[in-house]
Design a protein around this ligand. Sequence first.
Ligand code: DQA
Length: 145
Amino acid sequence: MKILVLNGPNLNLLGQREPEIYGRTTLADIEAKMRHHAGQVGAEMDFRQSNDEGQLVSWIQESRGHFDAIILNAAGYTHTSVALRDAIVASGVPTIEVHLSNIHAREGFRRKSMIAGVAKGQVTGFGDYSYIMALDACVNVNASR
Ligand code: DQA
């Protein structure tokens, strides 16, 4: 199966950005761990990051017919983006929402996710392991389709 992993704004700064919340792991470290795990479960993976909401929308639109699942950490856009939500619905590609921190245990505005209602599910609060759990969830969702 082919999985598209999309990372939103400021996740390029992981490792240096608020390490008390997000840890010291960089986005490149997360990609390497995911590639290793994807190899073990026989999945192919495309891993991308953008600070631009429109770019993320375009990638989700283009995923239709090319990817079996999307893992999305929309970062700050999680809480604001109707456009990302609409793109997920339009693409029809099963999407798993992922967060390093537990968005339900932080500021009130982070408890609302525009993505959750159209996602297969949400993995939040396990640091970089959230991404590995999401990868396993993709494999499971794909197998039961
Ligand atoms: C985040 C949580 C968001 O609220 C925040 O804006 C981020 C990262 C996470 O992975 O924990 O940028 O998506």
